[in-house]
Design a protein around this ligand. Structure first.
Ligand SMILES: C[S@@+](CC[C@H](N)C(=O)[O-])C[C@H]1O[C@@H](n2cnc3c(N)ncnc32)[C@H](O)[C@@H]1O
Length: 260
């Protein structure tokens, strides 16, 4: 396979027919949204005007944009690198009657530019690492209006005592991984107030993401039986799933609710 074919096969695994392309759930998105609504209610004078200007960064097939569109008076700009993901989001938004609240834009977040203070709320579940987590924190802060909110989830160590084989695997896959406290310090240094943070449940990984993904991998195993290179790529993702099943006590997503 050449690079182009490998890239295509990667997106055949992480296919737009999947309802989500990373761990998460509607309940978790709503929990984060409730934190923001409560903070707005506590600080009425600084409540942003509606319709809220919302950015969903690395929106994938749009599970978070759809929840936000249903629950907020706002206009959402949903961005992702993959146009097929955005097409899936647009189809879902039509079906749920919220298409007029969501604009989609194909863009590489590493080169995305907005004027300062363009958004009242930025949402990024499992995607900010694509621009570099710390750099992403700083850039998003500039794009927020003063008092604006940032809801972001990030892969973190949840305990200090991960076994060496777990550390080897996860640091090989994501060398920037660190613990929750270190991420909180980085957020404060960057000028955010931390409103709240919480750990995403294991069900967000398994029931909502890895189990459907694994069904897709099984389908592709049948479709590409005998194709060693594609089998290798499938096995790489299977190893990620197996590692999480074994070590979910030690790492996972922490959801951070921040305010500029
Ligand atoms: C782990 S998925 C999360 C998607 C979605 N937020 C969800 O929870 O289902 C990460 C997303 O980031 C997108 N992505 C990866 N690199 C990107 C980049 N450089 N710029 C924009 N999006 C990117 C991928 O296409 C994918 O949809």
């Amino acid at each position: 396979m050449n690079d182009h074919e490998r890239n295509d096969f990667f997106y055949e695994m992480f296919h737009p027919s999947l309802a989500r392309l990373g761990p998460g759930s509607e309940a978790t998105t709503l929990r984060a949204l409730d934190c923001i609504r409560a903070a707005m209610a506590r600080d009425e004078p600084r409540r942003p005007a509606t319709p809220l200007r919302i950015l969903d960064l690395g929106c994938g097939t749009g599970p978070q944009s759809l929840v936000l569109a249903r629950h907020l008076d706002g206009r959402i700009l949903a961005t992702d690198l993959q146009s097929a993901n955005l097409e899936a989001l647009r189809r879902r938004a039509e079906a749920q009657g919220v298409a007029e609240k969501i604009e989609t834009r194909v863009h590489d977040m590493r080169t995305l530019e907005f004027p300062e203070r363009s958004f009242d709320l930025i949402w990024s579940e499992g995607a900010l690492f694509c621009m570099g987590f710390r750099e992403g924190l700083a850039r998003c802060r500039n794009w927020l209006s003063p008092g604006g909110f940032f809801a972001v989830s990030e892969l973190c160590y949840l305990r200090p005592d991960a076994p060496p084989e777990c550390r080897r695997y996860i640091e090989g896959a994501y060398p920037a991984i660190t613990d929750v406290e270190t991420n909180l310090s980085a957020m404060r240094e960057c000028g955010y107030t931390v409103i709240d943070h919480f750990e995403s449940p294991v069900t967000d990984w398994l029931d909502e993401f890895y189990n459907p993904l694994e069904r897709r991998l099984n389908l592709l195993r049948e479709r590409h039986a005998g194709d060693a290179e594609r089998m290798d790529m499938i096995q790489g993702i299977q190893a990620e799933i197996d590692n999480y099943r074994q070590y979910s006590a030690y790492y996972g997503y922490e959801f951070f609710i921040l305010r500029r």
